[in-house]
Design a protein around this ligand. Sequence first.
Ligand code: HEM
Length: 404
Amino acid sequence: MTKTTVMPSVLPPTLSFADLNIQPHDTFATYRPSLPFVRREDGAYLILRASDVQALAKDPRTKQVETQLLAARGISGGPIMDLFSNSMLFSNDETHRRRRQPLAKCFSFRMMEGIRRDVRLLAEDLASRRLDGDKLRLRDDFASAIPSITLAGILGIDSSDVPLFTSIAYRVSKILTTSWTDEDIPGIEVAARELEAYCSDLIADRRRSPKGDFISEYVASVDQDANLSAMEAIMQLVSIVIGGTDTTRAAIVIQTGLLLERADLWEALRKDENLIVPAVAEALRVEPAVASIPRLVVRDIELDQHFIPSGSVLLLSTMSALRDPEAFPDPERFDLYRERPRWHPVYGDGPHRCLGQALAQLELEEALRALVGSRHRLLPAGQQLNVHGHAGIRQVDELEARWT
Ligand code: HEM
């Protein structure tokens, strides 16, 4: 019997980075009902529907991308390539397991609960400071400090180094956003080398004189198992610093901005702290700080009569999926009481599910708790929440609020 190919009635458009960055939610909502994906100018397929995003994250016809996203943008060597080709995020199978395993226990939910009290005290302290009268610059005076000081504490980094290592991390993490152009590459390369050198020095220092902290234990386990190359050992630390700073900073600003726009919800949170956890989850759904999960197609895929050949790069758009009405009815509504999956899709799925999920969640919860729990009332200061980017890590503008 001959197989007949049914041609789809609508063909997916190819959109530029700039087109996609303008109003990504509207663009996704326009195409999602009729098309399972849109193409991007670099050849990537942005998968739009929640059911496809969920299934393809773990589908055996896909695997994690390695260096294909860089190759599509013309990067074939140098410090950015070193970072990608040695990281746990952009690796597969045994290589991925070797790189992730020495860190997995330290970032487990159980271990992270042990630092909740410290994070709470830090967030309360930051919320109680009056740096500029009644004004609170949410991003630079509050949100950025929580992940960076917490990570420095976990890694055993001296607090005086926090401004240095966070500023380098923000410069490097730009490569995981959709806002860089070819002109940004030299600057990102310089920053990537600086972060590599910084983490390399930390490892060398703890090898010489162990301090009983996280990095000393990490170095001891890496040396004992002899499973990682020197570069791999460094790049897993680099991955944590990149993964753990910009993402949570953005998510804290976003959740605060969204909730400040809704006085009724802010008031509800002030009265009932059980609403903190669903508020954090709902903010990550409505306006996620990370917008997609990358995957590579290793066997041809057909979605709703549209063909995706082996070798294609997929960006599973969690940003689109989290507003897909098939999965989240009335998706634009910020609903503290909606049913949601046990594991938040924003953190990815399968073996690459975010290593820092437990840490991120507790930072987001404690940040919100400190702001709503303050004896002063935080109010919007007339600025709008601005979030940029349609894939990868998203970026936020500064957002001011004011204390009464
Ligand atoms: C709101 C905050 C965060 C979000 C939304 C987020 C989201 C993600 C996503 C989508 C992935 C890829 C998953 C996949 O490919 O299936 C990922 C991986 C990763 N994240 Fe996060 N992340 C956040 C915070 C953090 C923090 C605080 C850390 C610090 C430890 C971190 C470290 C990592 C690492 C190391 C990976 C690579 C894991 C692997 O490939 O095995 N992330 N994250």
